[in-house]
Write a protein that binds this ligand. Structure first.
Ligand SMILES: Cc1cc2nc3c(=O)[nH]c(=O)nc-3n(C[C@H](O)[C@H](O)[C@H](O)COP(=O)(O)O)c2cc1C
Length: 167
């Protein structure tokens, strides 16, 4: 048995992480994320070096984590299969500027906004960002969109791609 045999059996909720720095904004579908502290509250997510979102995140203080519901597959397709390197995803969905200017997706009622606490680069193909929540909203009847419902999607950037130069 290999590690892939084990990880292939796992299922977990999907989120869209958005971020903004200066005039730049970005966001992508993320499966690697978790609460990482209770007191103080912290939330962690891992961004692929290949993604446009990662390049904006390096310069950003403000982030939002949107917890997709089982009705949000369209947002998973938009943010998971398209890259901001090629398209303006924010022209294709409804959003508004939230705390510290970070984009909040109107179609997603359950989210947390936060400020960067730390970024941890362990040399892997994803880098860990940990945020301190500053604002949040929760739907009363949230039913998560699970990895098993989107595992067929082809990522806009494969994590094995070399990082893109800044454009
Ligand atoms: C099922 C699935 C899970 C993904 N999980 C992650 C993840 O945990 N972290 C990440 O950075 N990208 C993840 N991606 C890839 C990005 O969402 C995808 O490459 C996106 O198009 C990048 O957009 P960007 O270049 O505009 O940032 C995932 C994609 C899919 C389809």
């Amino acid at each position: 048995m290999t590690f892939d045999d084990v990880s292939g059996t796992l299922d977990y909720p999907m989120v869209v992480v958005t971020t903004a720095a200066g005039d730049a904004r970005s966001g992508c579908l993320v499966g690697f994320h978790t609460q990482s502290s209770i007191e103080p509250a912290r939330y962690a997510f891992w961004l692929s070096r290949a993604n446009h979102t990662f390049r904006v995140a390096l310069l950003a203080e403000a982030f939002a984590v949107h917890f997709l519901s089982d009705q949000d597959r369209d947002l998973a397709v938009l943010f998971g299969t398209q890259s901001e390197d090629d398209v303006d995803k924010f022209e294709q969905c409804q959003w508004h500027p939230g705390p510290d200017g970070v984009p909040i997706l109107d179609g997603c009622a359950t989210w947390i906004a936060g400020r960067r606490h730390v970024a941890l680069d362990d040399g892997g193909d994803h880098v860990c960002f940990i945020v301190t929540p500053t604002a949040s909203n929760a739907a009363t009847d949230h039913r998560p969109l699970m990895f098993s419902a989107v595992r067929d999607l082809e990522a806009g950037h494969d994590s094995s791609e070399p990082p893109q130069p800044d454009r």
